[in-house]
Design a protein around this ligand. Structure first.
Ligand SMILES: [Zn+2]
Length: 220
């Protein structure tokens, strides 16, 4: 599926939904304690599968770390060797966003997290449109894609961006369950989640199509 992720980045680039070095995608299989994520700073439209970074998920109990001195379940990540080329690369700067969404996933699940910058969706948020409200007026969108409330202005590559996205997506940090398929980040882009690269892409495409229609109507 890493090749498919590369295909998606090519498609996103062709559609002007990213410039060369934008965008990041991760993928995890439920039965593995690691996930793959795109590296930072490479041209995404020419990315190869051996450029991915492999990230190990460590899960441990922190004794006495809870608010009442109780034990607390915690997670951390570390890079694992993958390929000669990837050794010299760093994982995407948005790794806190991806890690939070990948550290716990359902049994039998494959999870793909796709972050890109689709033009009309970002334009719609810039124009003040709340994407979750917009979805209610367009059944062809809301039938297949659950749209979360927008994330406001947060700096890119920040813990704040990660936390806000997790919260708006309705992420349960202990089980990894998520209430929505896509969330928009004002002035920035979207994060979509599904069980395959193209399925996550379809959420973005569907929302983008509606945003284009709404902006073309001039009624916003
Ligand atoms: Zn971005």
């Amino acid at each position: 599926m890493l090749e498919t992720i590369c295909d998606i980045l090519v498609e996103a680039y062709k559609r002007n939904w990213i410039t060369s070095r934008d965008g990041n995608i991760s993928i995890r299989h439920h039965d593995r304690d690691h996930f793959y994520i795109t590296p930072s700073g490479v041209r995404k439209q020419t990315m190869q599968p051996d450029q991915f970074k492999k990230i190990k998920i460590n899960k441990f109990t922190c004794k006495g770390c809870g608010p009442d001195g109780n034990n607390l379940l915690q997670w951390s990540w570390e890079e694992m060797p993958y390929s000669d080329i990837s050794i010299g690369l760093k994982p995407s700067g948005e790794i806190p966003l991806h890690f939070g969404l990948q550290k716990e996933i359902d049994k039998d699940e494959v999870r793909v997290v796709t972050h890109i910058h689709p033009t009309y969706t970002v334009a719609a948020m810039h124009a003040g449109i709340e994407l979750s409200e917009l979805a209610k007026d367009f059944p062809e969108l809301s039938r297949y894609t659950r749209v979360a409330p927008n994330v406001g202005d947060v700096p890119p590559i920040s813990k704040e961006l990660a936390n806000e996205c997790h919260e708006k997506l309705g992420l349960n940090i202990n089980t990894g369950s998520i209430k929505y398929d896509i969330v928009g980040i004002k002035g920035h882009g979207v994060v979509a989640i599904d069980s395959s690269p193209w399925r996550s892409f379809e959420h973005i495409e569907r929302l983008e199509h509606i945003c284009k229609i709404v902006l073309a109507s001039g009624k916003c």
